[in-house]
Design a protein around this ligand. Structure first.
Ligand code: IMP
Ligand code: MG
Length: 194
């Protein structure tokens, strides 16, 4: 194994070649996630609640957020299709893998990476409501308000962002870039599928 050279050891200062710009660095995300955890804690106090993470996108955000929360929590995941492999949502989202936990009479918090047209959050909210939770809230790391098509808002929002296609920290383009520690705008020329 080759030891990293000194000038390459500060990973966050090197922008990924496929990004046009970095919107949020790893440190900025970390700080905001801690802030969101505090906001969530103010609402639930010390009560138990159930997290529903929308996978795959919310995987990293959920993992980091729940480690900042010391309440007893339960975790379930739901898989919803929306983008296929492109950058624009096509048609109505579909549930590909449903919940497994019983959420009746439970306090439930839905977690997603980004609120865009609102179709996904609206669908999952409707589905969860039918299961009669005691309360239902939602938390998204990013909110692209300009793209909203369905009137839905999240109770907790990490950052509002402009109408740009972003990747990193769980967000993908054709399943790539989820592992970037920062969130950045994907170069336009890379937003076409080959
Ligand atoms: P909505 O149903 O249009 O609100 O879409 C929400 C889903 O679309 C999110 O869960 C993301 O998976 C995906 N999405 C929306 N905008 C972006 C983006 O800029 N980059 C990556 N994924 C996105
Ligand atoms: Mg998603």
């Amino acid at each position: 194994m080759v030891a990293p050279s000194k000038n390459r050891s500060r990973k966050s200062s090197v922008i990924h070649p496929d990004l046009a710009s970095v919107l949020f660095t790893e440190a900025e995300i970390k700080r905001r996630v801690r802030g969101l955890a505090r906001e969530i804690k103010q609402v639930y106090e010390n009560r138990e609640f159930t997290l529903i993470a929308l996978i795959n996108g919310a995987v990293m955000f959920t993992a980091d957020l729940m480690r900042q929360i010391d309440n007893p929590v339960r975790l379930d995941c739901i898989r919803v299709s929306s983008y296929g492999t492109g950058t624009k949502s096509v048609g109505a989202p579909q549930i590909l893998a449903d919940l497994t936990l019983d959420i009746a009479n439970r306090d439930v918090l839905i977690i997603d990476d980004i609120l865009d047209t609102g179709k996904t959050l609206a669908l999952v909210t409707e589905l969860a409501k039918k299961l009669k939770p005691a309360s239902l809230r939602s938390c998204v790391l990013l909110d692209k308000k300009a793209r909203r098509e369905v009137p839905v808002e999240a109770d907790f929002v990490g950052f509002e962002i402009p109408n740009k296609f972003v990747v990193g920290y769980g967000l993908d383009f054709a399943e790539r870039y989820r592992n970037l520690p920062c969130i950045g705008v994907l170069k336009t020329k890379l937003q076409q599928l080959h």
